[in-house]
Design a protein around this ligand. Sequence first.
Ligand code: FE
Ligand code: FE
Ligand code: ZN
Length: 286
Amino acid sequence: MRKTEETLRIGCHLSSARGYLAMGKEAERIGATTFQFFTRNPRGGSAKKIDPEDVREFLAFSAERGIGRMLAHAPYTLNACSGTERVREFARETMADDLERMEYTPGLCYNFHPGSHVGQGVEAGVEAIAAVLNAVMREDQSTTVLLETMAGKGSEIGGRFEELRAILDRVILTDRMGVCLDTCHVWDAGYDIAGNLDGVLEEFDRVIGLKRLRAVHLNDSQNPLGAAKDRHARIGEGKIGAGALARVVCHPLLRDLPFYLETPNDLDGYAREIAMMREAWEKTKP
Ligand code: FE
Ligand code: FE
Ligand code: ZN
């Protein structure tokens, strides 16, 4: 694990519509020390051209204000394991383009939803996802590509840790890959992070390896354990609960990871959740 953080690395999902520097300033305004952003329109489509001047200003600003370890999120409509070649090709083209663009901000993580196999079966889905990754990842990229743990709704791949492990095993540049754990998703998939966090982390370590865990999406869930639904709730307004989510943030094996809120909130709401989690984190500082 990297060096111990002096302050909690936490932020939320921000809109990238006004560019990088605007996100950095927004993050600072709500007390965030990191943030997540979509690489392009979340429903896919062409990406806005990157303005190198905006990136340069942003990098200077964020370094000065202690904002770092940002997480890029691929459009959630990509499906690298669709049964349709045209859909897989779109995922391939989009991810290749995203990875190229991400070299403007070197060393970040790029998170994506593995996809839905829509009836072909898990094994075929896993193969298709690995094929896309093997087509788009490059030896010289500085970006780490993250698979997100999913709720397992419908034919979604990634609801079981074993499925993510199977993908990681088939990627050639697997040392350039990691996992992003979404608390709402794993809960909905049946991993009891509220009642048995240590047990879930043990299982994650056994199946995937904790060194692969690079980011946490911090969300409460509207639905009970194992519901396989994927409906995010604000911290403390869902079935996981504020106490359990604070224990995630403060856990010795997790507390140095970056946390990203994807709760249904406005910026003031995010600021409150960040402050709430920071207070818990500071209190449990070793
Ligand atoms: Fe996601
Ligand atoms: Fe998520
Ligand atoms: Zn979700």
